[in-house]
Design a protein around this ligand. Structure first.
Ligand code: ADP
Ligand code: ZN
Length: 745
């Protein structure tokens, strides 16, 4: 009898059968990543089942080829995760092999960590300064010193170490480097314990009761910003851990700040596996392994952490559940919030979705009784609340402004902040210096050659960037459109006709520097903080009080709990309001409310200034009056009238291709075929479009889309199954199917 492995090889649908070589018979198991021959090439796949069979008999029919282990000699997912992978695949109409490929981080080969130890004091005089230095250092370090650190402290000491080894004076030990925890000391503020107030206790009790139950239970924890949701999570996590359960906490990528991690470490101890896509692959894999090998029971991560192999999973928390970044925007377009609820159901454990501005879908589920609503209506007593002021820019003449983007009320508040030694956040949700460059003479706007959007001027980077495809180019001195004529007329000595229009964080930063030359001002956006260290440094400078004014994009809006921030100024509330997206209003409302929530989190109270040209817009009025329920009621009514989610489920079908004509033609014929299919089916499906996408060209591809509305995801999946073969059939066209889309561009 032989052992066989059923191996899923992405992107294939069905498992393939391979032989497990005798020497690996007791090793390879479900969850192993293996290398397999596939036709003429080698592929990598995942073992999803084993069986024993009489291959002697089988071999006559066809040759069964053997598997080998790739890199890591252990499973890369736990057996009980397979069911979840299958559900995700089913929901999004993808293959299980693709889901596993997205879920499991790449394995990295184990790295050796070398430690140098002193075995005995030298008995005779040592030759050479470096040998001396090494022995002296080691004599003061009982546990030894890592090889890297030693060679850093005594540069060029490799030969000295080798010689000392030969003499039997030092020893180099090597072991697998399994570091996944952050062992740096936790800052003091992060460890502060609080006593829960009444509302928090009630929420905690409801969650704790569900922890003991055997039925799944989804909670929507609606608490205004700063009302203490995180405190409820922390206590709920403690309760779950005390029962021997594992916990999964998912937060938006942007909110997964070093400060948040510190807060969790400070309260729950160091054993937290942090997972996000920006981590170095080795660290990510070690975090993942710590969970797999049950050395750790808490996973804290961004979107992709929804797949984390948390042992004995007993509680799932999704913070800022409304956040659009939970939705993956390419490949497997899953929504981590929705999949978290699904996963909790599979494990029969509670899921807690927390937000100050719950998504309409979640609110509706709560109103329908599918979720249990828990409310934290106020901030803990010592916080004294915020005052929100709307500044109508229509009533201010350009010369009345203190600078192009700073109105007199904002200026006055900023002065107060500086005088009192407090801090301010200034939000402008656009990167760069100018939104675009326009030629004065021919009115041409400089656009990306690959996408139908204008290029953004980044003065600091001295370049024009496309925010969609990443294209970067030098800032031209002359207009490329009328340049030829220029050359002919020999006008090259004239000043550039290219004028900067619109603005971005860099521009607002510069204006503030001119208004407050003495103040310490910092900028936080993707350009200023392109990695975690820069990000941490900028936020640390705010926490320590060095930075007085922080200007930034939405990166400043989420998750920060900084007690001395008493002013939040929103330079232009209207950015994003006129987007062709049925969630446009909701997204702006959420961003403004989140940003406003950064002010007045401690004793001092806070002030928020909203600069806008549409003060009567429901999203702005609701932010100003801090009235979620009125906004939600209006929004739900509008959605119902138009049949948008949560009153329907939407599938967005995008066709893209290199030729302008093809994507549209393709969708038109697809729609025709779909209508024919629908005419003899008993499903309620409505098709809108096709029409060109608002971003008609993206990364040199022409794009069209249509929206398919149905009553349930399962109906849409059926419909999708009908569409799917088309994906392979149409040459030159890429069909993308996006279930529950978040983006409409
Ligand atoms: P949220 O997650 O809802 O934004 P946090 O949990 O971050 O709110 O709480 C905001 C601030 O209020 C934090 O500094 C937190 O320590 C403090 N806080 C929360 N709950 C209490 C409480 N019951 N008593 C005192 N302070 C509290
Ligand atoms: Zn582009």
């Amino acid at each position: 009898m032989d052992s066989l492995a059923h191996v899923l090889v992405p992107p294939l649908q069905d498992p393939l059968t391979y032989l497990i070589p005798k020497e690996l018979e007791h090793t390879i198991d479900i969850g192993y990543r293996v290398a397999v021959p596939l036709g003429k090439r080698k592929a990598s796949g995942y073992v999803v089942a084993r069986e024993t069979a009489d291959t002697q008999r089988l071999q006559t029919a066809y040759q069964i080829k053997p598997v080998s282990i790739s890199q890591e000699n252990q499973p890369c997912f736990a057996q009980d995760q397979l069911k979840f992978f299958e559900w995700v695949a089913e929901y999004y109409g993808d293959t299980v092999s693709n889901v596993i490929d997205v879920a499991v981080p790449p394995t990295t080969p184990p790295r050796e960590q070398r430690t140098v130890l002193l075995r005995q004091q030298p008995t005779e005089r040592l030759r050479g300064k470096k040998q001396h230095a090494v022995v002296d250092l080691l004599a003061s370090a009982a546990g030894g010193i890592s090889y890297e650190s030693l060679t850093r402290r005594v540069p060029g000491c490799a030969a000295a170490i080798r010689r000392l080894c030969e003499l039997g004076i030092v020893e180099v030990q090597s072991c697998r480097d399994e570091r996944w925890q952050d062992t740096a000391p936790v800052p003091e503020w992060a460890s502060k314990e609080v006593a829960l107030n009444q509302a928090q206790q009630e929420a905690l009790q409801a969650i704790s009761a569900a922890l003991g139950a055997t039925k799944p239970h989804t909670f929507l924890l609606h608490g205004i910003t700063g009302s203490g949701k995180t405190e409820v999570y922390i206590e709920a996590i403690r309760t779950a851990l005390a029962q021997g359960k594992g916990v999964l906490v998912i937060v938006p990528e942007i909110a997964l700040t070093p400060q948040l991690v510190d807060r969790f470490r400070g309260r729950l101890g160091n054993a937290i596996a942090v997972l996000h896509s920006a981590m170095p692959p080795r660290q990510r894999w070690e975090s993942w392994r710590a969970l797999l090998n049950q050395r750790c029971f808490i996973a804290l991560g961004a979107r992709s952490a929804v797949f984390a192999p948390v042992p004995n999973l007993g509680l799932i928390i999704v913070d800022e559940e409304h956040d659009a970044s939970f939705k993956q925007s390419e490949g497997l377009r899953y929504n981590a919030r929705d999949m978290a609820v699904l996963r909790a159901r599979l494990h029969a454990c509670p899921a807690v979705l927390g937000s100050a501005t719950p998504a309409m879908e979640s609110l509706w589920n709560a109103q329908q009784g599918k979720y249990t609503l828990l409310s934290l209506p106020a901030r803990p007593s010592q916080a004294s609340g915020v005052k929100i002021e709307v500044v109508d820019l229509n009533h201010l003449k350009p010369w009345e402004m203190c600078s192009p983007h700073v109105s007199p009320p904002l200026m006055q508040q900023l002065q107060g902040i500086i005088e009192r030694g407090e801090q301010a956040f200034i939000l402008y949700n656009r990167r760069g210096f100018a939104s675009y460059l326009q030629c004065e003479r021919c009115e041409e706007v400089l656009c990306c050659p690959n996408c139908s959007v204008s290029l953004t001027l980044h003065r600091e980077l001295r370049s024009l960037l496309c925010h969609y495809c990443g294209l970067s180019m030098h800032i031209p001195e002359h207009c490329p459109a009328c340049e030829k004529e220029n050359a002919r007329l020999q006008r090259r000595t004239e000043p550039s006709p290219l004028k900067e229009r619109g603005a971005g964080t860099e521009r607002v930063f510069e204006e503030l520097q001119q208004l407050f030359p003495e103040a310490q001002i910092a900028r936080l956006d993707r350009d200023a903080a392109s990695n975690i260290e820069q990000y941490r440094a900028i936020l640390d400078s705010v926490r320590s009080g060095t930075t007085q004014i922080l200007v930034g994009t939405q990166m400043i809006a989420k998750g920060h709990d900084l007690p001395n921030v008493t002013l939040v100024g929103i330079v232009d509330c209207d950015v994003g309001l006129h987007m062709p997206d049925f969630r446009g209003g909701e997204k702006v409302y959420q961003l403004l409310t989140q940003a406003a929530g950064r002010a007045g989190r401690a004793l001092k109270g806070g002030h928020v200034i909203l600069q806008t040209r549409v003060p009567k817009h429901p999203a702005i009025m609701a932010t100003a009056s801090q009235d979620y329920s009125t906004f939600a009621a209006l929004e739900l009514r509008a959605r119902r009238a138009l049949g948008y989610p949560p009153f329907s489920r939407v599938l967005r079908v995008i066709a893209s291709g290199a030729e302008a004509q093809r994507p549209g033609d393709c969708l038109i014929s697809l729609r025709r075929a779909a209508e024919q299919w629908l005419s003899n089916q008993k499903v309620h499906i409505e098709i809108l479009g096709p029409s060109p996408c608002p971003l008609t060209r993206l990364k040199a591809q022409w794009r069209w889309h249509m929206l398919v509305k149905g009553r349930s995801p399962s109906e849409l999946v059926r419909f999708m199954k009908f569409l799917l073969p088309a994906e392979r059939k149409i040459p030159g066209i890429k069909l993308t199917l996006d279930i529950d889309p978040q983006e409409m561009l």
